[in-house]
Write a protein that binds this ligand. Structure first.
Ligand SMILES: [Zn+2]
Length: 379
């Protein structure tokens, strides 16, 4: 031990690797909030991240680290452009890098739609040049997001996207919320599904996912919210509410309620079936911004909610913890984190109690370190 080392008494506690949110839409401020909850890495699944902001996030030890897909591939008029204000044909403006399909602050920005293989090749080239760590493609007909009838990418575009992403040594993750879309994505060879399919149970698809070694980010937090369950019970935990700014707390107490016809029991059963089939499960939340349409989630906090939901789906607490640490690190090639081993980044979370038996103990945060820098206690 170095002579100037700081010795921390962790008696009565458990030291965990810093948590990873494998599906969110983040911003500099949200990275700060995430770190407060021991989430040391956020994987942004679509957003606009200029190189300058990436550098600041990488070097600032008071922010969670970030990786990003950059902009996603979608059909002209496809998801998520239905969120744009109706008068805004080009989907211009908006706050940079804080949400689903967020536009850049450039006045001539247009959402990069893909309707042909050629456009897809060009788009992926551009995304990689802009620093995308992985590629995101959206296959969403709108049923589950409250806008039925949206156009989706063609099989040609999907096949090209997979081929090009892999040619650039990037993973490709598909947004799919229904079994038919998920099946298309898996058969096309995507590396991961960014959501659970929530339109009933599909044992045949679970087998296909297992055979293809596709990973799944179930995002039970957003699924629960979409089905109309609010985050109010979770937000009532003082270990959650005490750390959240008022706007986030209010947002967490809400729900999206865009797919009330779905059933949470089905989603939990699908997660159990995926687990039984030994599919890699990654904890992700789909947290975006504290806006009415995105209720039920908050950066950082919701990763703990996701862990609780994964356990209620039948994962053991240790399996759930792996979903937020070593499994995303392995699948996303983040070889310097996700485990407590010599030589890894000292991204660490010290909690009271033992979350390997009581998952909610992850919220009893005693200390958080990013790259060995201890965070000041949250006010
Ligand atoms: Zn998302």
């Amino acid at each position: 031990m170095p002579a100037d080392a700081t010795v921390v008494d962790a008696g009565g506690g458990t030291l965990l690797p810093g948590l990873i949110d494998s599906h969110c839409h983040t911003s500099m401020e949200s990275l700060r909030l995430a770190l407060r909850f021991g989430v040391t890495t956020e994987l942004d699944m679509m957003g606009y991240w200029p190189a300058q902001q990436r550098r600041v996030a990488a070097e600032s030890d008071d922010l969670a680290d970030v990786r990003t897909a950059g902009m996603g591939i979608t059909a002209p008029g496809g998801h998520p452009t239905e969120y744009a204000p109706p008068e805004d044909d080009d989907f211009e403006g908006g706050e940079p890098s804080n949400g689903h399909g967020d536009a850049s602050d450039s006045p001539d920005f247009e959402f990069p739609f893909c309707s042909t293989p050629e456009e897809t090749v060009r788009m992926i080239e551009q995304q990689v040049a802009h620093g995308s760590d992985y590629i995101k493609i959206l296959i969403e007909d709108g049923t589950v997001v409250g806008y039925p009838g949206l156009p989706v990418v063609s099989d040609e575009v999907l096949a090209t996207a997979v081929k090009e992403a892999h040619r650039h040594n990037r993973l490709i993750i598909a947004h799919a919320t229904k079994a038919d879309a998920a099946r298309r994505a898996v058969r096309a060879g995507v590396d991961g599904l960014g959501h659970l399919f929530v339109d009933g149970s599909h044992p045949d698809l679970v087998s296909e996912i297992a055979d293809a070694d596709t990973f799944v980010i179930p995002t039970l937090t957003v699924v629960s919210s979409a089905l109309g369950h609010t985050g109010a019970d979770f937000a009532a935990d003082p270990r959650v509410s005490a750390k959240l700014p008022p706007a986030w707390l209010e947002s967490l107490r809400g729900s999206m309620n865009v797919y009330p016809q779905g059933r949470l029991e089905d989603a939990l059963a699908t997660v159990a079936a995926l687990r039984a089939a030994r599919v890699d499960l990654l904890a992700g939340t789909d947290t975006t911004a504290p806006m009415p349409g995105f209720g039920g989630m908050a950066h950082g906090a919701s990763v703990h909610h996701e862990l609780q939901l994964l356990v209620s789906a039948g994962l053991t607490p240790v399996q759930a913890l792996r979903a937020a640490t070593s499994t995303p690190a392995r699948r996303f090639g983040l070889t310097d984190r996700g485990r407590i081993v010599g030589g890894a980044r000292a991204d660490l979370l010290l909690v009271d109690g033992d979350p390997t038996t009581t998952i909610s103990d992850t919220l009893s945060i005693r200390a958080v370190w990013r790259r060995g820098v201890r965070q000041p206690a949250a006010a």
